[in-house]
Design a protein around this ligand. Structure first.
Ligand SMILES: NC(=O)c1ccc[n+]([C@@H]2O[C@H](COP(=O)([O-])OP(=O)(O)OC[C@H]3O[C@@H](n4cnc5c(N)ncnc54)[C@H](O)[C@@H]3O)[C@@H](O)[C@H]2O)c1
Length: 110
């Protein structure tokens, strides 16, 4: 795992931030994306204070062009990516069934 490179979306808080810190602590080079740049930079600072490195970028994963550019930027900065944690998303609360989720919701979180 040590030479691997990972992309984690929705990494500014919650599960994504925890995964990012855990991967970085395991020696994996992480590239992090989120809508919330201030919080994302705090995650990067924490990773770097612990001796790791993190590439960070503001990204709306529902924007295909921005996602494509992010992939290009990550590859330039970090080389090939071997792990993708497609974590970004929103929880609208409450129990739900797959068939009751409107198509537009899927499109908004990709
Ligand atoms: N926590 C749970 O119990 C639980 C349960 C089932 C599924 N999930 C899913 O797991 C993922 C993480 O959950 P969490 O509790 O850590 O969520 P969270 O709300 O704490 O964090 C989600 C992160 O994703 C980011 N995000 C949202 N939309 C985005 C977009 N379009 N582009 C880029 N970033 C975006 C947010 O800014 C936030 O930083 C989510 O997709 C959530 O729906 C969580």
């Amino acid at each position: 795992m040590r030479s691997r490179s990972a992309v984690i979306t929705g990494a500014a808080q919650g599960n994504g931030a925890a995964i990012a810190k855990g991967f970085a602590a395991a020696g994996i080079k992480v590239a992090l994306a989120d809508l919330k740049m201030d919080a994302l930079e705090r995650v990067r600072d924490e990773i770097e204070a612990a001796g790791g490195t993190a590439f960070v970028a503001k990204l709306d994963v529902a924007d295909p062009d921005a996602a494509k550019q992010f992939a290009i930027d990550v590859k330039e900065a970090r080389g090939p990516v071997s792990i993708l944690v497609n974590n970004a998303g929103i929880d609208r609360g409450g129990a739900t069934t797959l068939l009751s989720v409107p198509e537009l919701f899927f499109l908004s979180v990709v």
